[in-house]
Design a protein around this ligand. Structure first.
Ligand SMILES: [Zn+2]
Ligand SMILES: [Zn+2]
Length: 336
């Protein structure tokens, strides 16, 4: 099979690999669509810690697929169309027992610690299969849109941490795919106003088309007293501004991580104290969030397909990664 392997910084190489076969409890899927995430761009650039070595591992964790081979009695049918929730854990640590597999002491994820979806086929490990990560796609939805259940699930985790309710004023920093998902989720939660801070004019227009009620190039143009503020841009200044723009009792989510060597930020903690702010961080997602995100896409409450700007065959992966990294497209999907 063809697969895109990590051979070092700026060296994702299209290779011929033996087609995997399912051992006991394992499942092999044929990849229908795998979308490119900011995480994949960091992997390609050589700055992702799970890809410290030129290991030949295959990235890709936003996967819609079809089951083609099962190892013994597993609870999924051959031919079934599935979304692969990528994160799974040891199943025994305190985080896993709470259901927070994303916070497992030894977290594992398809496309991060294991071979992923930028390939024709993926071998899915027994633990992942047993933990219920293969979520059935119950209708004939576009696989590329189904794949976006992964980033939507991450956004859902951040949005829920902000406890957005009817009538709320919400500010979102960043109008990339994640920022736009936060806009959609805030509207679904009943927010009256969803304002976006985004320097790129084209992305501001996309945010307005996706349900934002206002957009500004700079957050200083937005008035304060927001009930919830989501920072979906890896920018320290935005984290500082988020605390200023949050109103009394406001909830803040630091959704985006900062570059590893620049993650120390000076914040006015008196804003947290005197306004009784709740400042949260979220990372990745659980199976429960993936399931809910998938439902939002399948029943059309979130129009994920409208974020897909380009589709490429695996043979054109280099072109796909160039476009995804250029900032000129929201979601770029590979259909192997
Ligand atoms: Zn992702
Ligand atoms: Zn665990």
């Amino acid at each position: 099979m063809r697969a895109l392997a990590y051979r070092g910084p700026h060296a994702l190489e299209l290779e011929e690999r033996p087609q995997p076969h399912a051992g006991e409890g394992e499942v092999v899927v044929r990849v229908d669509a795998c979308s490119i995430c900011g995480t994949d761009l960091r992997i390609a650039a050589g700055t992702h810690r799970a890809y410290a070595e030129p290991s030949g591992r295959i990235p890709g964790h936003e996967i819609a697929a079809t089951v083609v081979e099962r190892g013994g009695a597993v609870a999924v049918d051959e031919g079934a169309r599935v979304f692969v929730a990528p994160n799974y854990g040891c199943g025994r640590c305190r985080a896993c027992l709470r259901g927070d597999v994303n916070l497992c002491e030894t977290p594992r994820a398809v496309g991060i610690t294991e071979d992923g979806g930028f390939a024709e086929y993926v071998l899915l490990p027994r633990e992942l299969v047993e933990q219920g990560n293969l979520l059935p796609v119950r209708n004939g939805a576009d696989p590329a849109a189904v794949a976006l259940a992964e980033p939507l699930a991450c956004a859902l985790r951040g949005s829920r941490a902000c406890r957005i309710g009817a009538g709320d004023v919400v500010i979102v920093f960043g109008a990339g795919p994640i920022g736009l998902f936060h806009v959609a989720l805030a509207r679904l939660a009943g927010a009256a106003e969803v304002l976006v801070a985004e320097p790129n004019a084209e992305r501001r227009a996309r945010a307005l088309a996706f349900g934002a009620t206002g957009a500004a190039a700079d957050a200083s143009e937005l008035h304060g007293a927001a009930d919830a503020v989501v920072v979906a841009a890896p920018v320290a200044a935005a984290q500082r501004q988020a605390l200023e723009l949050a109103g009394p009792g406001g909830r803040v989510n630091f959704f985006a991580g900062l570059p590893r060597d620049r993650s120390r930020v000076e914040l006015d903690t008196n804003l947290v104290h005197y306004k009784e702010l709740v400042v949260t961080g979220t990372t990745a997602s659980t199976n429960a969030e993936c399931r809910d995100a998938l439902e939002l896409i399948l029943d059309g409450r979130v129009d994920a397909a409208s974020l897909i700007d380009a589709r490429f065959d695996l043979d054109a992966a280099a072109e796909a990664f160039d476009l995804a990294g250029s900032g000129r497209a929201l979601k770029v999907v590979i259909e192997p």
